[in-house]
Design a protein around this ligand. Structure first.
Ligand SMILES: [Zn+2]
Length: 367
């Protein structure tokens, strides 16, 4: 039998792909989705289109990793050895108070079809639609950031599980809403830029009752017990239902993805208020299996050095589920900006003669 050169090349390529599938035990295309092979912060719908970061060893995105070996991640993934890694312990007494426009949640109160996946490291929820997507802006973020996916971190018991610590306190779990800077078009492209990613971190704290929104998610864990299993969420949830009641009190700092390749591209927003979940719900997380067929838990990275990073604390009391109109936001931004001098404004106002009737020295306090 005579083969043309092009046929030989095809045979070689197909054989190579089959070999890779055999080695990895999963389809090659799945491998390139980086669901399991790189880190769960990556949007599973986004394929890697170009070469990895310069500081990532070639091909390292596809290397396996696990939490037991987190001290050695930096031997394979250079970025994991950086100075601006996450998670960190947040010391509230050292946080600098800062005012900023309120954090705005766009399309967080719409429901979409969602998929849930067990990737062996966590449970990921992503939207299975290409329509308009949720986004965030304000709250000290430089741009608008589109929702990519959300996932969870939890412990073997409820005394541990969160990635970040507040004043050395570890919570029972942590929920991450991962967003990418909309100007980069996709999560994969955004991870190559310092202002590429924004993650909202929400602590999970044990309480006496089930968390309603979470119950729709954990109720389907029986369908994704094994690694690589995906299912469609049957009861649509609103993303805002997984947010804490107070979304305007939070800490901010600059850090990294908390899983390999640990790129230092994340603007972290860590909410002060936790959401409450039940022990029963956390037990359902612990029934999932990892790649080795063991129970999946303690999927949090150890605390990293902050290396003197500035942590800011933002507080407010307004809650938005819909974005403001741009003219509304502009007015709000102006009044909260340093250009606005409230003292001068009230001294100047044309009704100042009324003040004289009450107390001429008193400056109205509208805060
Ligand atoms: Zn995470």
């Amino acid at each position: 039998m005579i083969f043309k050169i092009s046929q030989l090349i095809q045979i070689f390529v197909v054989s190579f792909l089959l070999f890779v599938e055999l080695v990895n035990g999963r389809p090659f295309a799945y491998h390139y989705n980086l669901i399991d092979s790189s880190h769960h912060e990556i949007d599973m719908n986004v394929k890697v289109e170009s070469a990895p970061d310069d500081n990532i060893k070639s091909g390292s995105e596809s290397l396996p990793w696990n939490y037991e070996d987190s001290d050695n991640w930096n031997k394979v993934f250079d970025s994991c050895n950086g100075r601006y890694q996450s998670p960190i312990n947040i010391d509230p007494s050292k946080a600098i108070k800062k005012s900023s426009p309120n954090l705005v949640f766009g399309n967080y109160d719409h429901s979409w079809p969602m998929n849930i996946t067990n990737d062996g490291h966590t449970v990921i929820l992503d939207l299975s639609t290409n329509g308009k997507i949720p986004f965030i802006r304000g709250g000290g973020l430089p741009d608008e950031f589109n929702f990519a996916q959300l996932h969870f971190h939890w412990g073997g018991d409820s005394g541990r599980g969160s990635e970040h610590l507040i004043q050395s306190k570890r919570f029972s779990g942590e929920l991450h809403f991962v967003h990418y800077n909309s100007k980069y078009g996709s999560f994969a492209k955004a991870t190559k830029h310092k202002d590429g990613v924004a993650v909202l971190a929400i602590f999970m704290e044990i309480g006496p009752t089930d968390n309603n929104a979470l119950s729709h998610i954990v109720g389907q864990f029986g369908e994704i017990l094994k690694v690589g299993q995906t299912t469609r969420l049957q009861t649509p949830i609103l993303l805002r239902d997984l947010l804490p009641v107070n979304v305007q009190n939070f800490y901010k700092y600059t850090g990294s993805l908390t899983t390999p390749s640990c790129q230092e591209v994340v603007s972290w927003t860590v909410f002060e208020s936790p959401i409450v979940v039940s022990e029963h719900q956390l037990n359902q997380f612990r029934q999932l299996f990892d790649k080795k067929g063991r129970s999946l838990y303690d999927n949090y990275r150890p605390i990293q050095e902050d290396h003197g990073r500035i942590i800011t604390y933002h507080s407010g009391n307004e809650i938005h589920s819909e974005p403001l109109q741009s003219w509304e936001q502009n007015i709000l931004d102006f009044f909260k900006s340093s250009q606005f001098d409230s003292e001068q404004f009230f001294k100047w106002r044309p009704f100042s003669h009324f003040d004289k009737l009450t107390n001429p020295l008193e400056i109205p306090n509208w805060s």
